[in-house]
Design a protein around this ligand. Structure first.
Ligand code: 6PG
Length: 242
C-alpha cells in the first residue's frame, strides 16, 4: 500500500483536487483496461464533486466509467435518505449515460441478505473474476462519520468482521443516522481496490480522524481498517471551520 494525506482550506479546493484525481484515475484505467470501475460514496461531502463531474459532461472519461455504489440505505430510491436518490439528480440527470454504466444497489430485493448477494454477483459479473478472487475496483470513494464508520461499516456492527463476502447487509447503526438497515461493501472488497480516496470534512470528526490515521488499525474505528493491500490510499481533508 502507498498512502498519503492532503489537506485543503475549503471544500471547493478539495473538490477541485478530487476531480483531478478521479479524472486522472479514469484516464489511466481506461487506457490500461478499456474502462474505469468506480464506487461512489454516500453522505453529503462528495456531492460537490459529483456536481463537478456532471459539469464535465458525458464524454470521456465518464462514458467509459461503470458507477457502482459503496453503500446504500435500505429505503426506496425516492426517499430523501437514499444515497442513489441524492446522487442521481446531481450526477446522472445533467449528464445522462447509458443505463448499463450505472449500477445502483438493488434495494428492492428482499430479504436484504439476498440483495447483498445479488449485488456481489453483479460486481463479479461486471469485473469478470472467478469466485476465488476478489475483484479490484479501479477507485473506491469513501467518507467517514464522526464515529469512525466508513461506507456502512459501523463500530461495533457485524460487518467489521465480515471476511467471506464482498457485499453485506447491515442492521441499522446505533452510532450514526439515519437508523435504517444498509447494504455495504465489506473490508475485503475495499482493501482489494487499486485506489481508495477518502473525502472528509474535518469539522466534528477530529477525533475519528486522528484514530483513523494512526499507524495501528482499530476495529472501533472502521475507517482505520481501510488499508488497500496493493493499492493507493489517499485522504483528502477539508480543514475549513476546524
Ligand atoms: C452513508 C455513507 C457514509 C458517509 C459518512 C460521511 O451512506 O451514510 O456512505 O459512510 O460517507 O457518513 O458522511 P458525510 O459526508 O455526510 O459526513
Amino acid at each position: 500500500m502507498t498512502a498519503r494525506m492532503e489537506t485543503f482550506p475549503n471544500p471547493a479546493a478539495m473538490t477541485e483536487a478530487a476531480l483531478a484525481y478521479l479524472t486522472n484515475a479514469a484516464r489511466e484505467s481506461a487506457a490500461a483496461r478499456g474502462r474505469f470501475v468506480l464506487a461512489l460514496s454516500g453522505g453529503s461531502t462528495p456531492l460537490p464533486l459529483y456536481e463537478a463531474m456532471a459539469r464535465q459532461g458525458v464524454g470521456a472519461p465518464w462514458k467509459d466509467t461503470l458507477f457502482f455504489f459503496g453503500d446504500e440505505r435500505l429505503v426506496p430510491v425516492g426517499d430523501p435518505r437514499s444515497n442513489f436518490g441524492a446522487i442521481s439528480p446531481i450526477l446522472f440527470t445533467p449528464a445522462p449515460l447509458p443505463v448499463d454504466n450505472i449500477r445502483p444497489m438493488p434495494v428492492e430485493i428482499t430479504p436484504s441478505a439476498v440483495a447483498a448477494a445479488a449485488y456481489e454477483e453483479e460486481i463479479r459479473q461486471a469485473l469478470g473474476t472467478d469466485p476465488e478472487t476478489i475483484p479490484r475496483f479501479d477507485l473506491i470513494l469513501l467518507g467517514m462519520g464522526p464515529d469512525g464508520h466508513t461506507a456502512s461499516i459501523f463500530p461495533g456492527g457485524p460487518v467489521v468482521a465480515v471476511r467471506d463476502k464482498l457485499v453485506a447487509d447491515a442492521p441499522p447503526p446505533t452510532t450514526a443516522t439515519p437508523r435504517v438497515p444498509r447494504l455495504t461493501f465489506t473490508l475485503p472488497l475495499i482493501n482489494a481496490a487499486r485506489r481508495v480516496l477518502f473525502l472528509i470534512t474535518a469539522k466534528g470528526k477530529e477525533q475519528a480522524l486522528t484514530q483513523a490515521l494512526a499507524d495501528t488499525p482499530d476495529p472501533a474505528v472502521p475507517a482505520s481498517l481501510v488499508r488497500p493491500q496493493n493499492g493507493e490510499l489517499v485522504w483528502m481533508i477539508d480543514e475549513a471551520g476546524k
